[in-house]
Structure formats: C-alpha cells, structure tokens
Write a protein that binds this ligand. Structure first.
Ligand code: NDP
Length: 294
C-alpha cells in the first residue's frame, strides 16, 4: 500500500483530507500550541481540536507560529474543530462558530463536526453547518459519535450528506456496524482515541507484531488504521511521540498481521451516550468546559 504523510482521502464533497492528523484533547492552550508547532515541524498536515477542549486559542497560536516557522500556507494544513454540545441549535451554532474562527485565527475551517448528537437538536445544528458551508466558511461538514440510527435520521433531514463520522476506533473497539454503514454511504470513518486508552498500547499480541517490524505498538496501531482505510488523529504532547506517530510509512503490515489485529475487537466503547442530552451548565456555555453527560 503506497501511503505517506501527504496521503489524503477524497471526501464525498470532493475535498481532499489528510489521512493522518494530530489530536489535542486534554491539552491546555500552551501545551496545545506547542504540540501543534511540533506536529507541523514533523510534517503533519492535519490538526483536530474542538471548542469543548478549551484549547482553540492555543491551537490558533500554534498554527500561526507553525505555519511561519515551516514556511507553510494556511491551505497546507487541514484544520478540524467541532460544535460544542452546549451550542447545539441553529442560531447558537452560527454565533459560536464565529467565535471559534476568531480563536483559531483563521478565515475558514476545513472540517467542522457536530461533536455529539444532542437529542432533539442535532438536525438544527446541521442546518446551521450547511449554511456555513454554503457561505464558504467551512470546506467540509461532518459528525462525530453518530450511531446508525442517528446517521439515518440526520440524512433524512439533511440537504448535504456528512463527509466524516469521527468515532472511537482502535484495535479493541472497531465499530464494525457503523464502519459498514459509513462505507456504504461514502462517509469516511475517522478514529478518535486511536491508540486505545493504554489497553491497546499494552496489548501483548500487538507488541509481538511491533517487535517483528522493529516498530512501536503505537506505530503498528496507526499503520493498521491507515491500512484499514480509516483516518486517524493520535494525540501526544511529547515531541518524540509526535514524531514517532508519523513515522509509519517505511513498513506495511502483512494481511496476516492485519487479520490478527482485526481479531482483537471487543466492541466495548469507553463511553456511551444512550439518549444523549447536554446537561448544560448554569452559567451558559463555558469555553473551558470539558465534560459530557453520560
Ligand atoms: P489517543 O488514542 O490518541 O492516545 C493519546 C495518549 O497516548 C496520550 O496519553 C499520549 O501521551 C499517548 N501517546 C501518544 N503517542 C504515543 C506513543 N507513540 N507511545 C506511547 N504513548 C503515546 O487518545 P485521544 O483520546 O487523545 O484521541 C485522539 C484525538 O481524538 C483527541 O486528542 C481528540 O482530538 C480526538 N477525540 C475526539 C473525540 C470525539 O468525541 N470526537 C473524543 C476523544 C478524542 P502524551 O500526550 O503524554 O504524549
């Protein structure tokens, strides 16, 4: 399989998206800024953040500095952010989005996702994203944490189909049904927590495969996701890990090793949302809020 750090997938609206990016969840502004600079230094072409992470300003700073330091243009980097659960709804999404643009210090966002499918509101949030997309402020729109039922409902109401569904995905959680559904509808699956909360990184069978290729378990997992055709956004706050996670293009996993990792699936989400409601917060929407309703 001919893959490299510049490899992209063509989304269903014709936009090309890098297959590998870096996530920044659980990083404060200063850390996120530094991580983004390191990512750009080591050749990453995509960054994934969210209002919920409370670090859009840091990502915006890191992006501006990283572009300058590496002689890159804004169009060289694919930036993803997400609509916060507390902003669900039409007007609230439009207003929140303008603030997100300002924090990220950019005139447009490459990909905006509905972060979680807030019950009774996600179709209105989607309508706002469609309008922002039509206005040219977003290059592609998608969803995150949508199961098949919610994807079906969204598409029944939508004028524009989502390009991406970003789901928890790693060797221990492979979302088989959702992946099949997305494949059938030409919606690209993107993996969140692609390294699997430590459990996958410490898995003995993956370690054995990694030893065989003289790679780390993280590299084998990332390579497995890329070979599965899934976009992936491993997160790290350490330059060595950031570099290591992008060094996955000088080997290819055999069919046998791919199958072995495929067989590790436990279908056990780390978090599930049932009838997902945003509980809100009495002071309105706090930018630093990083929580969800279970
Ligand atoms: P990951 O699966 O990317 O794992 C991150 C953890 O692995 C960190 O503790 C990191 O350490 C460690 N790590 C990274 N690289 C290595 C390595 N090479 N060797 C050993 N350890 C390593 O978890 P995330 O949950 O952060 O998911 C990735 C991204 O997905 C998020 O950052 C976010 O952007 C997105 N996401 C989206 C969600 C959604 O609802 N849409 C939900 C959750 C995540 P350290 O940081 O100390 O370097």
């Amino acid at each position: 399989m001919d893959l490299n750090l510049e490899s992209t997938v063509r989304l269903n609206n014709g936009v090309d998206m890098p297959r590998l990016g870096m996530g920044v969840w659980r990083s404060d502004n200063a850390t996120a800024s530094q991580s983004v600079r390191w990512a750009l230094k080591h050749g990453y072409k995509a960054i994934d953040t969210a209002k919920q992470y409370g670090n859009e300003a840091g990502v915006g700073d890191g992006l501006a500095q990283g572009l300058a330091e590496n002689d890159l243009n804004r169009s060289d980097v694919f930036l993803t952010t997400k609509i916060f659960n507390g902003d669900a709804g039409y007007e609230s999404t439009i207003t929140a989005f303008e603030d997100q643009l300002a924090r990220l210090k950019t005139r447009y966002i490459d990909l905006v996702l509905i972060h979680w499918p807030v019950t009774g509101k996600y179709n209105e949030t989607w309508r706002a994203l469609e309008d922002l997309y039509m206005a040219g402020k977003i290059r592609a729109i998608g969803v995150s944490n949508f199961d098949i039922q919610r994807l079906r409902d969204l598409m029944k109401h939508a004028s524009i189909k989502p390009v991406i569904n970003q789901m928890e995905f790693n060797p221990l959680e492979q979302e088989t049904d959702i992946k099949d559904y997305c494949d059938r509808h030409n919606i690209q699956l993107e993996a969140w927590s692609p390294l699997g909360h430590g459990d996958a990184l410490n898995n003995e069978q993956i370690k054995q495969i990694a030893d065989k290729y003289n790679k780390s378990t993280a590299q084998v997992i990332i390579r497995w996701e890329l070979q599965r055709g899934i976009n992936t956004i491993p997160k790290s706050t350490h330059e060595e890990f950031i570099k290591e996670n992008a060094d996955v293009y000088d080997f290819a996993l055999s069919d046998e090793d791919m199958e072995l990792i495929n067989s590790l699936n436990l279908d056990k989400r780390s978090i599930w949302y049932g009838d997902f409601q945003w509980s809100g917060n009495p002071d309105g929407v706090a930018d630093s809020v990083d929580q969800w309703d279970k």
